[in-house]
Write a protein that binds this ligand. Structure first.
Ligand SMILES: C[S@@+](CC[C@H](N)C(=O)[O-])C[C@H]1O[C@@H](n2cnc3c(N)ncnc32)[C@H](O)[C@@H]1O
Length: 324
């Protein structure tokens, strides 16, 4: 293992400086086909989180959750010499390391990224424990969240995972993360609650939404770009503001234009209206789930998205819920 001291002025003296060079495809274990596929995925994945969004979300959680914990940022969370070369997740946890009482911060850098943070294209692991800061580049390490070394860190060291994973790999990412049993606060697509790949996690209360949506990110040119993201977590939420958006009331009080029945006689409700006196399953969009419906005495009853038809015509996908 090639262990380098991270070049932070407050850290121990630099023992060795290794220039950042661009290794060949062979050295990176990539083929031309891999590179083409990655270029295609880049459009979906290269959305960088802004520090303000991280501060806004993480300020909502009880500070005690961080004390003595190992935080793991495992999706292209570079740590460089300044904020421009550092992912906002790494910046947040480095700036607040002491205040949060963290034991360790571990950030990984993915070798397939677009070198946005000017950190070269090698996978590496950054670690800060107390005042000890160093960076390692294990041989053959890709920096991918599913690299065996990243998985070992997840399983054996991490307490709380916090990052914005790549959209193109979100299904795999969620599976690995949720199966690890670790705590997490991550950003993902706002529509996950009506996507068959994720509905079972919501249904089995393995995940719920955090406090905020995230609509603006930086692209590799550091321009603002819009995408519908949402925070998701398995950490306790308090005082969820969005409960106010759930209009729970007797069915007959729900305006006619916001309720209808589909061809298989399922009730569909819209605009946040939820019947309080209806015992059969009914279909909602993702919004009520994101706004906390499953914490208000309702459960998901079908582990796949529900696609309603009215007069044979397909309507937008929803999820089937029922009063508990
Ligand atoms: C939505 S961006 C977020 C980057 C950074 N975590 C942030 O919040 O600014 C997701 C990043 O994951 C990277 N990525 C793609 N595949 C990955 C993998 N298998 N493992 C780790 N990161 C990956 C992409 O290159 C992209 O930069």
């Amino acid at each position: 293992m090639n262990l380098l001291h991270y070049t932070n002025p407050t850290a121990r003296p630099i023992e060795k400086i290794v220039p950042i060079t661009t290794p060949s495809l062979k050295e990176r274990g990539l083929t031309r086909k891999d590179v083409m596929q990655r270029a295609k995925r880049a459009d979906d994945d290269e959305f960088y989180t802004q520090i303000e969004d991280i501060e806004k979300e993480l300020s909502m959680y009880d500070k005690r959750i961080w004390k003595g914990k190992v935080v793991f940022c495992n999706c292209y969370d570079a740590v460089g010499e300044n904020d421009n070369e550092t992912s906002a997740f790494a910046t947040y946890f480095l700036d607040n390391f002491k205040k949060l009482g963290l034991k360790t911060l571990i950030c990984t850098h993915y070798n397939g990224g677009l070198n946005l943070f000017n950190q070269g294209v090698k996978g590496y692991i950054f670690r800060k424990t107390g005042y000890n800061v160093f960076r390692s580049e294990p041989d053959g390490y890709t920096g991918s969240f599913d690299d065996p070394i990243s998985l070992k860190i997840l399983k054996e060291e991490a307490d709380i995972v916090c990052t914005n994973p790549p959209f193109s790999r979100a299904i795999d990412y969620w599976k690995i993360l949720i199966e690890s049993g670790k705590k997490f606060i991550i950003i993902s697509n706002e529509s996950n609650a009506i996507n068959t790949a994720y509905i079972p996690y919501f249904m089995n209360k393995k995940v719920w939404t955090g406090y905020n949506s995230v609509y603006w990110y930086l692209n590799p040119k550091k321009q603002l770009v819009r995408a519908a993201g949402r925070w998701y977590t398995n950490i306790k939420i308090k005082d969820r503001e969005t409960y106010k958006r759930l209009k729970i009331m007797p069915l007959k009080k729900i305006p006619d234009e916001c309720k209808k029945y589909d061809d298989s006689k399922h009730l569909l409700v819209d605009q946040g209206y939820i019947p309080s006196d209806y015992s059969k399953p009914f279909a909602v969009s993702s919004n009520p789930i994101l706004n906390g419906l499953l914490e208000k005495g309702y459960k998901i009853v079908k582990d796949k998205k529900y696609v309603p038809y009215i007069d044979g015509k397909e309507h937008f996908a929803r999820v089937l819920v029922q009063k508990e």
